[in-house]
Design a protein around this ligand. Sequence first.
Ligand code: FAQ
Length: 317
Amino acid sequence: MSERVDDPEKLEAFQARIDRGDIIEPRDWMPERYRKQLIRMMSQHAHSEVVGMLPEGNWITRAPSLRRKLILLAKIQDEAGHGQYIYSATETLGVSRDELVGQLLSGKAKYSNIFNYPTLTWADIGVIGWLVDGAAIVNQTQLAHTSYGPYARAMIRICKEENFHKKQGYELCATMAKGTPEQRRMLQDAVNRWWWPSLMMFGPSDKDSPHSQELLRWRVKRKSNDELRQRFINLTIPQARAINVEIPDPDLKYNEETKNWEIGPINWDEFFNVIRGNGPCNRERLAARRKAHADGAWVREAARAYAEKRLKARQAA
Ligand code: FAQ
């Protein structure tokens, strides 16, 4: 493996393929570091989709109407599907799903900071759709053009579904914004809690992002963390204004020259604390995933037994 990494001619040819916009497929030669970076990033993404079901799952039994419950169920099932697509795409890099899931359950692998915050009221469900899925779309739209084929293809379908997620969330927020004073208060409180963690989803600022340069050079990422964060902010402020929701940032201002909304400082200490495992819900989320994995042992065992039985029958025929 290390021989492949160090072969300068192969590396140069690989970079040339990347630079002319080729899509890299699983059987193509790739630097070991490219493979490792993709496994890291894609598996974190897959884990995020799966852990991301937990904060919303908390509200299925308390949805205020059948319509809202059906929408929420469909959305959460979509997230499970996204996890499956991305795990499958990651497996094409020569790593087993067991290994990836093991890394999540042992606490070795990261998943998105955002899913370590609690969902305290029904308004949180709308705000997650609007802001969290909204941020995910901005990030994932560029990833649909990433250089690794299986990841790019998974992203195309995922982005379509995320659009539905965002729309249902914004529609829920708009409905609450037109509701009673108590509903408006709940909505504003939810935005106050989710706004800053949503901005942190794009990762540390460019100067503090150790992986960005390499990932941009290989066209794994197409835009930097700060560029994407700015795009999300510019898209979201007018949406907040349209439903009379305040953005909890006293420093927020529009720059006529750059046409950007400028924000106050992000609390990066909070971000690093959360991704190190010390956020409000990290322990709860991992405990829930470990329990789900243990509870599902019989399903995996049955599936394995069934596959073995079919294989034997085929061999005997
Ligand atoms: N959370 O050098 P960078 C969703 C870590 S899906 C936790 O900038 P990179 C759908 C990073 O891993 C949301 N950790 O790293 C949904 C690295 O640590 P490491 C997930 C983070 O890779 C909606 C260190 O900080 N989406 O929401 C985060 O260049 C609703 C240095 O960072 C994806 O995963 C973070 N936010 O850029 C589901 C998209 N940011 O690994 C349910 C794919 C950074 O060295 C309900 N991933 N870190 O130990 C990406 O685009 C990139 O990996 C970034 C980070 C942008 C997340």
